[in-house]
Design a protein around this ligand. Sequence first.
Ligand code: HEC
Length: 161
Amino acid sequence: MSGSMSPGKALAIAMAAAFCLLAQTADEDAKALPEGSGREVTGRVCINCHDSSNFRKLRLDRDEWEREVGLMVDNGAKATDDELAAVVDYLVENFGPTSKIHVNTAPIGEIKAVLGLTAAQAVAVVDYRQANGLFKTWQDLLKVPQMDAQKIEAKKDLLAF
Ligand code: HEC
């Protein structure tokens, strides 16, 4: 067997390579947050122990975000009271019950949760975006292989470009 790699090892290496391609730096992740007041502080405070998917995939109201941010302070998130208030405002504005999804920058977890797609479909959206450039209209999403046209059309008013 000298020189040839076991199938298991080859698979592990392929998976590690795929993971590296998907992984973003914290800085890129923060820059991909929707624009608006509080974006910088939210990136700094909340993209730290985990990436933005943890919060971008959610759609919570003000009470729920206040509670969630409080839990993160318990987890060890460091910020002043003013910064935390700005973070809550930003989260309510951009990830509130009726907030749109920015399909050109949203992470896989947000695409999956907010559009109700399967994990494979959400990955396909991101792959398509990386290969073909930005989506401009909701119909562009229908070009993604294996896309669920009914789900996309049902959510078309939630999509932001
Ligand atoms: C000191 C580390 C730390 C910081 C900073 C931090 N978190 Fe977390 N967060 C955690 C841990 C630990 C968990 C639980 C494990 C996990 O889901 O990754 C978690 C989980 C979450 C979850 C639940 C995810 C799920 O799958 O249900 C949300 C939402 C969340 N964080 C939002 C935030 C927000 C918003 C901020 C900024 C205010 C923030 N986090 C900052 C440590 C942190």
